[in-house]
Design a protein around this ligand. Structure first.
Ligand code: SF4
Length: 287
């Protein structure tokens, strides 16, 4: 509350400054540098957010920058892979990683597969036995269900990029430890920085918790869009959980339909976006 002319003048000046910055740098004014910004709580400011109210992913690129997270040793060391310019370069630099004990137990490093310019990245928890044996994500029974889930919303595996938070299989498919997650997660951040997707489809509470860096139950996250660093995250059940609990499939179907509606709205908006590149190419060329 203001009691005199001085605070009102200061407020007016601040608003003018914000308007000026907004006109110069657009939406990015409101995207803090990731290095100084904690990951957002999905509960903060988005309770009850409907997809009508929620801004769609930012059309501006780069949309996602790797956060500098204190305490994650790989960042502190400044390893060469941080400078990777492509997914293949990143793979070449990290596929022999033994930064945690899982690296000594794996059969294969499971990096990720799919479209390196995908607008949707699908993120699971960690490789299972089949994935470990083949070096590819989501190729076992859960992977086959994921393929059908994507097909149900008119997406092919090659349309999206599929990966896990962890690149190596935890023994007996146990849940990854917080230490393993924090050690391996920078690789996922780098993958996202290179791909620059608009949407994340996050499979299961463990993967969502790893991204949001806070423990959540799946019921707290699924069924609504969650803003995440200029992207929009949709959380649903992991296909392996759906195989064990088929009664949850109707909820997963709702989540997938939500993702499809958001994606369609994003594409609609993008195609109306005035093109400044003289390109009639896809979204990537225009935005
Ligand atoms: S799980 Fe991640 S951090 Fe651990 S060894 Fe594998 S790639 Fe490295």
């Amino acid at each position: 509350m203001t009691t005199g002319g001085q605070p009102s003048r200061l407020l007016a000046q601040l608003q003018q400054w914000i308007q000026l910055r907004r006109s110069v740098v657009g939406e990015r004014l409101y995207v803090e540098p990731a290095a100084s910004r904690p990951f957002p709580s999905p509960m903060a400011g988005s309770q009850g957010t409907s997809e009508q109210e929620l801004p769609l992913p930012s059309p501006q690129r780069p949309r996602f920058h790797m956060p500098a997270i204190g305490g994650e040793d790989l960042f502190a060391m400044g390893p060469p892979w941080l400078q990777s310019q492509s997914l293949s370069e990143l793979y070449a630099l990290i596929h022999t990683c033994t930064a945690c004990s899982l690296g000594l137990q794996r059969t294969n490093f499971v990096f990720g597969s799919g479209n390196p310019r995908a607008e949707i990245v699908v993120i699971g928890e960690a490789p299972g036995a089949e994935e470990d044996a083949r070096g590819e994500p989501f190729v076992g029974a859960a992977g086959q269900l994921l393929t059908r889930m994507l097909q149900a919303i008119q997406l092919r595996r090659e349309d999206v990029y599929i990966c896990n938070v962890l690149k190596c299989r935890p023994p007996n498919n146990r849940r990854p430890t917080p230490q393993e997650i924090s050690t391996c997660r920078p690789y996922l951040w780098k993958q996202l920085e290179l791909i620059q997707p608009a949407f994340l489809l996050v499979l299961g509470a463990t993967a969502a918790t790893a991204l949001l860096e806070k423990e959540y139950k799946i019921a707290e996250l699924r069924g609504r869009p969650i803003p995440f660093h200029g992207m929009v995250m949709v959380v649903t059940y992991h296909p392996a959980a759906l195989l064990r609990n088929p009664q949850w499939k109707s909820l997963a179907w709702q989540d997938l339909q939500l993702l499809r509606r958001l994606y369609d709205a994003y594409v609609d908006r993008a195609s109306c976006h005035p093109c400044t590149h003289g390109s009639s190419g896809g979204l990537r060329d225009c935005l």
